[in-house]
Design a protein around this ligand. Structure first.
Ligand SMILES: *[C@@H]1O[C@H](CO)[C@@H](O)[C@H](O)[C@H]1NC(C)=O
Ligand SMILES: *[C@@H]1O[C@H](CO)[C@@H](O)[C@H](O)[C@H]1NC(C)=O
Ligand SMILES: *[C@@H]1O[C@H](CO)[C@@H](O)[C@H](O)[C@H]1NC(C)=O
Ligand SMILES: *[C@@H]1O[C@H](CO)[C@@H](O)[C@H](O)[C@H]1NC(C)=O
Ligand SMILES: *[C@@H]1O[C@H](CO)[C@@H](O)[C@H](O)[C@H]1NC(C)=O
Length: 295
């Protein structure tokens, strides 16, 4: 009895794998397997075809020169240079190595702004008005020209006369730039947007705020008044405006208090942008910590 059962059970397993009587492989005949295979081949071919078609139609609607989808980003972000791992700038005047990396970073960042370079690649535009270069209908007006932003426009912060950008003297320069937003017109009625920096209000406890306004000292802006001239706008995108140089504003800390942290906040002021900043307190501004140690 026991022997027979064993035999039939092992035979059952073998028969499931290959049944010589019905010619079934794992419970199905060859034609049944064939149909299943055919079904999956057709099914996946159809899926792949759908994917390709959708992709193709999507790509047709994309414009090489302009993003199809762009947030209505009314307030562009701001960024500073030099920027290391964090936005903090801390160094010791006597320790050359501690500030040399900052002046090196600024020097590298400003290399494309060299006057000779700017004259080669960009136009001397008419200041204080937008440099509009629209396409006429379907005819592309590309490549578009860009305006010169000479390194020397940054005055004492250009690094031309003072190669240490004031870091050695304890009067460091910080460069500010607005993030690029295609098509943005940052001021209306000919009013130029400008940057102001000041002490940042920060929280030190529940309902307790502090600011370092007594430590920040006098500031000097380059170009004068910290303006972003309108001639650098609108920006038409990397592909259309190949030689575009982002305008910069430099702020020089003339009399900052040493041996203490100073929390600084810079923001953009514009009659186009402020009306939106109510919505997002952090848009259009950047804050960083500055600490200069001196024996
Ligand atoms: C830019 O000008 C500075 C001197 O003004 C020079 O040392 C530097 O090599 C120049 N850089 C380029 C990329 O031309
Ligand atoms: C930039 O510098 C060059 C040479 O120094 C000068 O010819 C040009 O007018 C300057 N451009 C601007 C916009 O200041
Ligand atoms: C961009 O700069 C190159 C030189 O580097 C110049 O030959 C070219 O005409 C410039 N293109 C535009 C659109 O300004
Ligand atoms: C800077 O601003 C002041 C007052 O708003 C103005 O009188 C002066 O002409 C401006 N300077 C420049 C170079 O724009
Ligand atoms: C620099 O700031 C200190 C206070 O932190 C002040 O006593 C001093 O008069 C300022 N110097 C100049 C030149 O403004």
């Amino acid at each position: 009895m026991a022997k027979e059962e064993e035999k039939s059970s092992s035979g059952g397993w073998k028969e499931f794998f290959w049944n010589p009587r019905t010619h079934e492989f794992m419970g199905r005949t060859a034609s049944s397997w064939g149909l299943i295979l055919l079904f999956y081949v057709v099914f996946y071919t159809f899926l792949a075809g759908m994917f390709c078609l959708t992709m193709y139609v999507m790509l047709l609607t994309l414009d090489d020169y302009q993003p199809t989808w762009q947030d209505r980003l009314s307030t562009p972000g701001m960024m500073i240079r030099p920027k290391m791992d964090s936005l903090d700038i801390t160094y010791k005047i006597e320790d050359t190595e501690s500030w040399d990396k900052y002046s090196q970073a600024l020097d590298n960042f400003l290399a494309p702004y060299n006057n000779t370079q700017q004259v080669l690649t960009n136009d001397a535009c008419e200041p204080d008005k937008y440099f509009i270069q629209e396409d006429s209908g379907d005819v592309r007006n590309n490549p578009k020209r860009s305006c010169q932003f000479n390194r020397t426009q940054l005055g004492d912060c250009s690094g031309v006369l003072d190669r240490t950008f004031g870091y050695q003297a304890g009067q460091p320069c910080v460069l500010l730039k607005l993030n690029r937003v295609i098509g943005m017109l940052p001021g209306k009625d000919g009013q130029t947007p400008y940057v102001t920096c000041g002490a940042k209000r920060y929280k030190v406890g529940p309902d307790e705020w502090k600011e370092d306004s007594d430590k920040i000292g006098e500031l000097e802006y380059f170009p004068p008044n910290g303006t972003f001239n309108l001639m650098y706008y609108p920006y038409y995108g990397k592909k259309a405006q190949v030689n575009y140089s982002q305008p910069l504003v430099a702020v020089k800390f003339l009399n900052i208090t040493f041996n203490t942290d100073v929390n600084v906040e810079c923001k953009i002021n514009s009659n186009m942008i402020t009306q939106f900043s109510e919505r997002d307190k952090f848009a259009g501004r950047v804050s960083f910590k500055l600490r200069i140690d001196k024996n």
